[in-house]
Unconditional design. Structure first.
Ligand SMILES: Cc1cc2nc3c(=O)[nH]c(=O)nc-3n(C[C@H](O)[C@H](O)[C@H](O)COP(=O)(O)OP(=O)(O)OC[C@H]3O[C@@H](n4cnc5c(N)ncnc54)[C@H](O)[C@@H]3O)c2cc1C
Length: 236
């Protein structure tokens, strides 16, 4: 992992990234045909992955927080809209419909749940970074799913208004989808969460005999082995 100044001779950035959502972010292809000063290598030559591994909790929390922010923005837009949009012939706002309020309740509880999960993930990460990994995976999963669900519900209750490009909801709707594919994607997260729940090795899909000496490593032993790998940079 290295920091390379823009305009460095031999560095070619292919502007190939044109994404549907989170468009301020990019992951362009880099073609590199130059030498990089050793002081530009983050963590020293070959040390980048260890640094990256150690900042994993912050990275996961950051991505989860971005999704929670999207969920809250979509919820806020929808709540505001259903209070202001009045329908003929009664002149009552959309919020006068119980069916609309049920959607509002779904958004509120989903955001609340995601927020609690994020707070818990942050608390656990501060207390014990490694113990936090399974909890953080769940946090990202919950927040990613919350953003998609809330943006979708908000799109429903705001009707054609939410669908207009002039309104921010269409951006929240597109942005929400990005969180689910950005590493670790939702399916990989589910797999890791399932393995953690069963006390299995997160790096292996093979399960040894379920009883006797070769039974799967207990959650406690598994975590202690993971801690060792984590601290020595072997866990990637
Ligand atoms: C908005 C945005 C910003 C990004 N920014 C960056 C960035 O800054 N830096 C960077 O390096 N990359 C970035 N990426 C790229 C992103 O990290 C990749 O999209 C991601 O690594 C997944 O790779 P992929 O798209 O090739 O999907 P694939 O790896 O091909 O996965 C496709 C699908 O296969 C399934 N799948 C894959 N792996 C597993 C697994 N282990 N278990 C179960 N199912 C699985 C899932 O359904 C997954 O969605 C960004 C992506 C987005 C959308």
């Amino acid at each position: 992992m290295a920091v390379i100044p823009a305009g460095q001779p031999g560095l070619d950035v292919k502007q190939s990234w044109d994404a549907m959502g989170m468009r301020a972010n990019c992951a362009n292809t880099l073609l590199l045909d130059c030498r990089i000063p050793i002081q530009n290598c983050v963590g020293g030559p070959g040390g980048g992955m260890t640094r990256l591994t150690h900042s994993l909790p912050a990275l996961i929390l950051g991505l989860a927080a971005a999704s929670l922010g999207i969920a809250r923005a979509a919820q806020s837009f929808a709540n505001d809209h259903v209070m202001r949009r009045k329908l003929a012939p009664t002149g009552q706002p959309l919020a006068a419909f119980q069916g609309v309020r049920l959607h509002v309740a779904d958004m509120a509880t989903t955001v609340h749940t995601a927020r609690l999960s994020l707070l818990h993930g942050a608390f656990t990460a501060e207390t014990d970074q490694l113990e936090a990994l399974p909890a953080l995976n769940m946090t990202k999963y919950i927040c990613n799913k919350a953003a998609i669900a809330v943006a979708d519900t908000a799109m429903q209750v705001t009707g054609g208004h939410g669908f207009l490009r002039a309104n921010p909801l269409e951006r929240h709707y597109r942005d929400a989808r990005a969180g689910a594919v950005m590493g670790a994607n939702l399916d990989a997260l589910r797999d890791m969460i399932g393995k953690a729940a069963l006390g299995l090795d997160p790096r292996s899909d093979t399960i040894t005999a379920p009883t006797g000496e070769n039974r799967p490593t207990s959650g406690k032993r598994q975590r202690s082995r993971l801690r060792e790998d984590y601290l020595t940079g072997r866990l990637t």
